[in-house]
Design a protein around this ligand. Structure first.
Ligand SMILES: Cc1cc2nc3c(=O)[nH]c(=O)nc-3n(C[C@H](O)[C@H](O)[C@H](O)COP(=O)(O)OP(=O)(O)OC[C@H]3O[C@@H](n4cnc5c(N)ncnc54)[C@H](O)[C@@H]3O)c2cc1C
Length: 404
């Protein structure tokens, strides 16, 4: 499996996977066949993460090939991504809390020699637990792990190696091609038993042996009796989403960020006079496959945007955006809404500075997000139940009766 950071490569992988997206996916998705064989899952996550391809178009493509019933499992899995994004969007303070804890634990590594040694053994793949050490190598070399391997990895990290989950999430984030603040942080919390208090995910040797086709069999090496983690911090209240913004259709500049690299489908953007590209804000390990994917994805989007809108693209640092916009004689900077994360944090400053100059940042929200994010108030169930209605409303299923 090769992850090439272009929209064309993402669409090619989608077309290749499409025949398997129905029942074969539902039946075999939990098996980790190993890095040489990713035929039973889509492996689309690096492209979806940056919206080189979008959830909507993946779901629409799957429904042209399979019935809604046959593709139900795959579509639900795609929507787990949306659920995590929505959940965090409704409780943005959770990411700030995680970030503070992550930084505190990194400082602790400098003080606590025992913790530092155990941490170093884990991230060097030198724990002596063969499956875990192999996943570390796979993550570092390829930047990607199968979903089940991520669950086992996080569980072994937390309950067998007894390392802070925040350092594990940080390690994943630095190396994953699809590193996502919502899916990554909240999945680690879910494994730990913090997302649904009292319900944790325990990796078991028998399950690993069965679902890796016997490649690994860590019998007697795992803590299979651990209790869920608990935390003192109170649950965060749900903050309703602000209404989606629109651009009035006048002349504007576009801002491309890693959060959404398909500007051809932004709606509507008015007359585009200039395009800026925000440099990568991810914190991938330098020289890692993830860092290279990020750079390549931005370059691909810039080339496509330039061809589509007929204007050249310039890389502009966040601090320089107000001056750059004014230099073009424009007062509207249009971008896709950046969900909670580093880019959104950067954009808050940009927005304030633009407002001080009498200019405006317009953050467009895709219909998919607008309809589904508000449903992430509690567990996945509510979103899952309302999903068919949203698919119908967006007209994604060619077999469904059209709404009048
Ligand atoms: C500890 C841990 C950390 C994770 N970190 C990330 C992350 O940083 N970024 C990320 O995109 N996913 C993350 N996931 C979710 C999941 O593992 C990956 O999305 C999935 O493995 C990608 O493989 P795929 O593209 O073959 O998925 P498929 O099974 O083919 O599913 C199709 C798409 O649906 C989405 N999806 C599927 N399952 C999930 C899920 N459980 N949660 C969220 N989205 C899902 C992905 O966008 C995926 O590309 C994490 C899971 C765990 C347990």
């Amino acid at each position: 499996m090769e992850w090439i950071p272009t929209r064309a490569a993402g669409l090619e992988r989608l077309a290749q996977f499409l025949p398997s997206a129905g029942r074969p996916y539902a039946e075999r998705r939990n098996v980790d066949l190993g890095p040489q064989d990713r035929s039973n899952v889509s492996a689309l996550s690096p492209w979806l993460r940056r919206r080189l391809i979008t959830e909507e178009e993946v779901v629409a493509a799957v429904l042209t090939r399979h019935s809604a019933a046959a593709a139900e499992k795959f579509i639900q899995e795609v929507t787990w991504r949306t659920y995590w994004k929505g959940w965090l969007e409704l409780r943005p303070a959770m990411l700030e809390r995680f970030d503070a804890e992550r930084i505190a634990f990194r400082a602790e590594l400098a003080r606590d020699g025992n913790l530092a040694r155990r941490f170093a053994r884990a991230i060097d793949g030198a724990t002596g637990i063969a499956c875990f050490d192999a996943w570390v190598e796979e993550l570092r070399e390829l930047g990607w792990l199968h979903n089940h391997a991520r669950m086992w990895f996080a569980s072994v990290w937390i309950f067998t190696l007894r390392l802070p989950w925040q350092l594990g999430a940080d390690f994943f984030y630095k190396h994953l091609l699809d590193a996502d603040p919502a899916s990554n942080t909240l999945s680690w919390r879910w494994v730990a038993g913090l997302h649904t208090p009292g319900k944790h995910y325990l990796a078991r040797a028998e399950n690993i042996a069965r679902n890796t086709g016997g490649r690994f069999a860590p019998y007697g090496q795992l803590n299979e009796a651990a209790l869920p983690l608990t935390e003192d911090a109170p649950p965060l209240p749900v903050t309703p989403l602000a209404p989606a913004q629109r651009h009035d259709g006048g002349p504007c500049a576009l801002l491309l960020t890693e959060e959404d690299l398909h500007p051809e489908s932004w709606d509507p953007v008015g007359e585009v006079k200039a395009i800026a590209v925000l440099p990568s804000a991810t914190v991938h390990a330098p020289g890692s496959p993830a860092a290279r994917f990020s750079e390549g994805a931005l370059a691909d989007a810039a080339a496509r945007a330039s061809a589509h809108f007929g204007v050249s693209c310039h890389t502009v640092a966040a601090a320089d955006l107000p001056g750059w916009l004014a230099g073009h004689g424009l007062t509207a900077l249009v971008t896709a809404q950046a969900p909670t994360g580093r880019i959104a944090w950067q954009l808050r400053t940009v927005e304030a500075r633009l407002a001080a100059d009498g200019a405006r940042l317009v953050e467009l929200r895709r219909a998919w997000d607008d309809l589904l994010w508000p449903l992430a108030t509690a567990g996945f169930f509510k979103l899952k139940t309302r999903l068919p209605g949203v698919i119908e409303r967006l007209g994604l299923d060619p077999a469904a009766p059209r709404l009048l």
